[in-house]
Design a protein. Structure first.
Length: 684
């Protein structure tokens, strides 16, 4: 029996009573069997004292598993048989979707369920998929006629054809198939499946049938499949498990990705690794005999396949950096995607040294040296592309942390027309690059895409008639015809030293990776004044900041006014995920705040979050720019050694389009969100 109305049982479940209603609030996850039994015990105690209007508060319960669903159903049956009612409050969107998918929402009252859970469309009259696609505006009649004709010759399903043609995304198609068949559609992500039942069917069978077990409830097994009408698959699962099967629609790509990602924490990785695609070739492994011996001894080891799998997945997902970090109990792998780190997988801690050693062998480094930081380079060919990996290790208390920068040498982005510049900014940049001499600077913080912009500019300028020389640290992309040089401070080959000698090489265009000191700045300015076009980067927050920064370095204002012809400031902002993109009408307060009254009604977009974007709502990045062209008026102002405020006033008077202005245009175009633009540009 409960002693008082505010007892806390070992800080696990809080019990309170308000009027005739009783509240139980678990203070930790219900995935633990002890917590499940404790909840059941508390419900029994409430029923014993005739408290049968019972609310369970899920504020501290982030997700549910099969066991907690069984307990909730048991609690419901006990309370119902006593003539009472069971309610759930403060459930999050993920829990609501699981309750909806398993049908528990038909029994248990979920307070506020409507605000999170999609309205059920089950049981509607069956419509033809083609008609539904046209009704939703996803397909035109002529396109439908086209794919129906293709069906006759290929035998493929209509849905597969429209996705293959790129007319409809797989996500939109599955939404409609869900409505058509009356089958629930889910996007696989953490919490949408119970890891405890993943091994109810062997992995090899899951991979062959392309299914994922989700939850088990009252003799019913819920599985994710991209073919919910494939009766032989359902029959085979029933024969193997003895459980009735309820299919749930999911993307085939998500299913395959899940089967790879969520079975990598097992200690025995052989089954996963031996079936892996071996499309990865390490290039330039000309090393000494000792390293060759290590590689030969490890040949066929699961570690090699594991490292290859990490690299392949990173390249496939567009990862910029791979972090491999040791801790007391595990080796964690995290991917930086669009500037944000996500955990990809983890392995037992004892595997970490072997993973690091394998990467060092690939980078031609000393595997015996674990006390000092090491840097190296790995070149691989995979998925039809040549990829550079920049390796960096740093010793720590639990072992060496490794970070690999992924550089795609395919150079798809090294083209001005593919940088997604606004039309006016693109014209301004091309006008700057048409000059025969002068200094052009790309500014912004680390990781804002400055180097990519400079490489695209060099590609734009590149021709057999021009001598182009670069000075970089390090050389990130290898370009044809262009003479690229890498600095090496260890032997005295610094930026100023190389730049002095480059000027004796009869160059037309010089690219300096970064202006870091006064000496480099002075030589770059002199080169720009003596008939060379000089491109470089500088760490400043906005375009006018480049002027004050160079003056602070010691460049005379009158020299700078003659040399500097333009500054390109930029930032990278995340773009909305196309697979979960949706739109809404902007509220009047937003329209007034940004002066969009003449554009009303304004439709803005955002991403709901899906497995393709790690539930972030964003996928990919684009640059926003602020281009300052040094005209005669600005040159006169520069000779007076202006303050930052004076330069800011000039920007306003000249109506130079700012980074934020460019960002707002991308918001109106439906490419990004106000939150993302504000996060990147207003947080500085």
């Amino acid at each position: 029996m409960l002693d008082n109305p505010e007892i806390i049982d070992k800080q696990r479940i809080v019990y309170t009573q308000l009027g005739t209603a009783s509240y139980l609030a678990p203070l930790s996850s219900l995935s633990d069997e002890t917590m499940q039994q404790l909840l059941l015990q508390r419900v029994d105690e409430c029923i014993a004292i005739h408290e049968i209007e019972l609310y369970i508060d899920f504020a501290e319960v982030p997700s549910v598993n099969s066991g907690s669903l069984e307990i909730l159903l048991s609690c419901y049956n006990k309370i119902k048989s006593s003539g009472g009612r069971l309610h759930l409050i403060n459930t999050n969107a993920l829990v609501n979707e699981v309750l909806f998918m398993t049908g528990l929402n038909h029994y248990i009252d979920v307070v506020g369920n409507d605000k999170h859970t999609p309205k059920p469309h089950l049981g509607q009259p069956r419509q033809r998929l083609g008609d539904m696609l046209i009704a939703e505006g996803l397909l035109t009649k002529s396109q439908l006629e086209n794919v129906m004709t293709m069906q006759l010759t290929t035998g493929k399903r209509l849905g597969a054809l429209v996705v293959e043609k790129g007319w409809v995304s797989e996500n939109d198609l599955n939404q409609l198939i869900s409505l058509q068949l009356g089958i629930h559609f889910v996007q696989l992500r953490t919490g949408m499946f119970d890891l405890g039942i993943q091994k109810i069917i062997p992995l090899s069978i899951l991979q062959r049938l392309k299914i994922v077990p989700l939850f088990k409830l009252q003799g019913q097994l819920f599985i994710a499949t991209s073919e919910p009408l494939a009766i032989p698959i359902l029959d085979e699962i029933y024969d193997r498990t003895g459980l009735n099967v309820t299919p749930v629609l999911a993307s085939s790509l998500e299913i395959l990705a899940h089967l790879q990602a969520n079975h990598q924490d097992d200690y025995d990785l052989t089954s996963y690794l031996t079936d892996m695609n071996s499309d990865l070739e390490v290039v330039e492994t000309y090393v000494n005999d000792d390293f060759n011996l290590v590689d030969e001894m490890a040949s066929g080891s699961p570690i090699i396949n594991l490292v290859n799998a990490i690299i392949q997945r990173a390249i496939r997902d567009g990862v910029s950096d791979v972090h491999i970090e040791p801790s007391r109990t595990k080796s964690r792998v995290r991917f930086r995607i669009d500037g944000i780190l996500y955990e990809f997988m983890s392995q037992p801690a004892e595997m970490h040294p072997a993973i690091v050693s394998r990467l060092k062998v690939m980078a031609n480094l000393d595997i015996a040296e674990r006390r000092l930081p090491q840097d190296g380079r790995v070149q691989v060919n995979t998925q039809g592309r040549s990829i550079d990996l920049r390796f960096s290790s740093l010793p720590g208390i639990f072992g060496e942390k490794v970070v690999m920068r992924v550089l795609d040498k395919n150079q798809n982005m090294l083209n001005l027309d593919k940088l997604d510049l606004d039309a006016n900014n693109l014209a301004s940049l091309k006008k700057l690059l048409s000059n025969n001499h002068g200094l052009i600077l790309a500014t912004g913080p680390t990781g804002s895409g400055k180097t990519t912009t400079l490489y695209a500019a060099l590609n734009h300028l590149n021709s057999i008639e021009k001598s182009i020389v670069t000075i970089e640290d390090p050389v990130e992309y290898q370009l044809d015809i262009i003479n690229q040089n890498q600095v090496n401070d260890k032997i005295g080959l610094s930026f100023p030293t190389v730049l002095r000698h480059v000027l004796r090489q009869d160059p037309d265009i010089i690219m300096v990776g970064e202006i870091r000191d006064r000496q480099t700045a002075e030589i770059a300015v002199q080169a720009a004044l003596t008939g060379h076009l000089v491109l470089s980067t500088l760490h400043t927050n906005e375009s006018v900041g480049a002027i004050t920064r160079l003056v602070e370095m010691g460049i005379e204002p009158y020299l700078l006014s003659s040399a500097l012809i333009g500054v390109v400031a930029q930032r990278l902002i995340r773009t909305i995920c196309p697979d979960c993109k949706t739109s809404y009408t902007a509220p009047s307060a937003i329209i007034e705040q940004f002066g969009w009254q003449d554009k009303a009604p304004v439709r803005l977009s955002y991403g709901r979050g899906c497995s393709n974007c790690y539930d972030s709502g964003y996928k990919g990045r684009m640059a926003v720019h602020e281009i300052l062209i040094c005209n005669a008026e600005l040159q006169r102002l520069m000779t007076t050694n202006p303050s930052r405020d004076q330069l800011a006033d000039y920007m306003k008077e000249a109506k130079v389009r700012s980074l934020f202005d460019d960002g707002l245009e991308r918001v109106l175009a439906g490419k990004t969100t106000l939150d993302e633009v504000s996060r990147v540009l207003l947080a500085e």
